[in-house]
Design a protein around this ligand. Structure first.
Ligand SMILES: [Zn+2]
Length: 149
């Protein structure tokens, strides 16, 4: 199986439909399709996918990190650097869960992975991100706690 680069997939020729798709389609693929196919392992798999995406895109510093997340419309991040190993990222308007009603479970694993993957590039360390809040557990934003090691 071939591996494709970000550069290769960037060439979009859709003169009538343009480069955007409805968020509803993304959520069908992401929340219904992937979870159904991957089952119980979907959280871990989506996190790994996100991490790979974050690593591929990369970021040089925290401003760059913010811009990447905004440009890709993953959400609107607010960063709190707690200490040299801990970062809290609040994500407003999360691509996956913003507007979701209470379900009692959190499932923004891909976003969590993207955040970790990007921060690994910012700090040149490994990163582990854990989701702590979500629309689906009663908040109006998503929150991720990141450990750098
Ligand atoms: Zn979310």
């Amino acid at each position: 199986m071939k591996e494709y680069t970000v550069e290769e997939i960037k060439n979009i020729v859709r003169p009538r439909l343009g480069e955007y798709v409805p968020l509803e389609l993304f959520r069908i693929l992401r929340i219904i399709g992937m979870r159904e196919i991957l089952g119980e392992s979907s959280g871990a798999a989506l996190y790994m996918i996100g991490k790979k995406v974050g690593n591929m895109l990369g970021a040089d510093n925290l401003d760059d990190f913010k811009n990447r997340i905004m440009e890709l419309k993953i959400g609107i991040p607010e960063i709190e650097v707690v200490d040299e190993d801990h970062i809290i990222v609040k994500l407003y308007e999360c691509i996956t869960c913003a507007g979701f009603s209470y379900t009692g479970e959190m499932f923004c694993d891909m976003e969590s992975g993207i955040i970790a993957g990007l921060l690994e590039k910012v700090y040149g360390k490994r990163a582990k991100s854990t989701q702590k809040k979500s629309w689906s557990v009663g908040f109006n934003y998503c929150e991720f706690h990141v450990l750098l090691f």
